[in-house]
Design a protein around this ligand. Structure first.
Ligand code: NAP
Length: 226
């Protein structure tokens, strides 16, 4: 994936990607940057943010890094403010952060865990977009990261799957609300071997329930609304 050979579909665009210091988020930030976007990467840990910025700069990408735990309101506002201070606008927001803190069945899941799942996997996307909305350009794009588990929540990660189902509805509702200036789409990846997925590969119960998922191609689904 050499920079010189890339199309430049995002030249002059400014993209924020949450939870983007490794895994899928980092991959998205890197690709947007290689296609010409100025990129803002973020995650909870300063060290991870710094390392991601160094890696992306080494690929010739214009990038800043901001610490942002997506369920922290002050840090969300700071993410938007620093983006505007540095680049003056926002063209792309990829809301990628998620937690999967429990293997309990839904009826056994503690209220505190339900709150955390809702907070990080659904509510933080809405609140981040509320802060970003005044700065979104005509022709801008929002992408929510759901999961194949959103289409078919598996017993070993059922509530996680349900929060990802909620993102499918959120995508449709926001697409209507933010049209015509902003497109809202959703990507539902299949299994991707990241740190997050180690939870799946290191847990036999989860492995067997996930392997029963019908991952016939395409293994990642895109809910394109507009
Ligand atoms: P990952 O490799 O574990 O990366 C997680 C990233 O998120 C790290 O940069 C981490 O950095 C950051 N992060 C974690 N919690 C955060 C929070 N509360 N606020 C801000 N940043 C946070 O994860 P991944 O597999 O790429 O998953 C990314 C997205 O894809 C998630 O929405 C997940 O549900 C979805 N997904 C993944 C798979 C898969 O198989 N991997 C399949 C379907 C969907 P810090 O530790 O510094 O915060």
């Amino acid at each position: 994936m050499e920079k010189m050979k890339m199309a430049k579909r995002f030249q002059g665009k400014v993209a924020i990607v949450t939870a983007s210091t490794q895994g899928i988020g980092f991959g998205i930030a890197e690709r947007l940057g290689l296609e010409g976007a100025s990129v803002v990467v973020s995650s909870r840990k300063q060290k991870n943010v710094d390392e991601a910025v160094v890696k992306l700069k080494a690929r010739g990408i214009e990038v800043i890094g901001v610490v942002c735990h997506v369920s922290n309101g002050q840090q969300r506002k700071n993410l938007i403010n620093q983006t505007i201070e540095k680049f003056g606008k926002i063209d792309v927001v990829v809301s990628n952060a998620a937690a999967n803190p429990s293997v309990d069945s839904i009826l056994q899941t503690k209220e505190s865990v339900l709150d955390k799942l809702w907070d990080i996997n659904v509510k933080s996307s809405i609140l981040l977009l509320q802060d970003a909305a005044p700065h979104l350009q005509k022709g801008s794009s929002v992408v929510l990261i759901s999961s194949i588990a959103g289409y078919q929540p598996q017993s070993s990660m059922a509530m996680y799957g349900v929060t990802k189902t909620a993102l499918l509805g959120l995508t449709k509702a926001l697409a209507a609300e933010m049209a015509p200036d902003t497109r809202v789409n959703c990507v539902a990846p299949g299994f991707v071997p990241t740190h997050f997925a180690e939870y799946i590969t290191s847990n036999d119960g989860v492995v067997s329930s996930v392997s029963s998922l019908k991952l016939s191609p395409p293994s990642s689904l895109t809910l394109a609304v507009n």
